[in-house]
Write a protein that binds this ligand. Sequence first.
Ligand code: G1P
Length: 262
Amino acid sequence: MLPIIDKPVVHFIVEEVVNSGIKDIIFITGRHKRAIEDYFDYSPELELALLRKNKRKILNKIRSIANLANFIYIRQKENKGSGDAILQAEKLVKNEPFAVLFGDDIVLSKKPALLQLIEKFEKYEECIIALCKMPKKDLKNYGVVKGIKIDKNLYEIKDIVEKPKPSKAPSNLAVIGKYILIPEIFDELKKINKKGELELTDALRNILKKRKIYGVEIEGKRYDCGSKIGFVKAIIDFSLNHPEIGKEIRKYITKGRTKSSA
Ligand code: G1P
């Protein structure tokens, strides 16, 4: 729920999903995450206060948030990894392909990042994962793929290694938190018998033994809002492009920072 200027990160992710043509969104939440449900709901007290002050523009903006999509919430009782979170949605997803987006990765792009994946899914009907080239020193924080380039921005994945040491990374193509998955992933997740967190990457490796997986190098600029540095970079870039404050922030960053009052 951390905001980038005037919208929480999760709002950007919901917009990405909606702008990619998906209207049914399942949130896997947990204790202490009720703020997400409240944010994407009507807010009668706030709406009434805005109405009384005749602030209709903000009122309409706030109303529209709840109407962005159909929201469904499932609470994960324990934090047991990305694979376990995905399993929570099995009964709702049924036997259909579905998209998974982690809460940290936002992409500034002309075409929504998820739509870039969906377009490839429509052609190949296999799991599709979002990729981004990263500096060697950062690869230890991500899933990293070994892939063969088969088209512009498109790779056939041969292997995925979760958080490799820099010397063991198979390439500089890291997995960012956006995937299209096929329903077989649920069985693969249930078959994993490993101590610790249930990782999506392990199930994807097993899928690779039977079927193809494709990776799309996403066109756009990606921000890891789960890291301090990525979050601050997002705030800087989004504020520079913001219609209300962009001009003043640009002035401040280029000339204003040495003044005694901000
Ligand atoms: C997860 C995945 C990892 C992926 C990353 C993207 O890691 O396990 O493969 O590269 O998301 O953000 P986490 O960030 O949950 O440690």
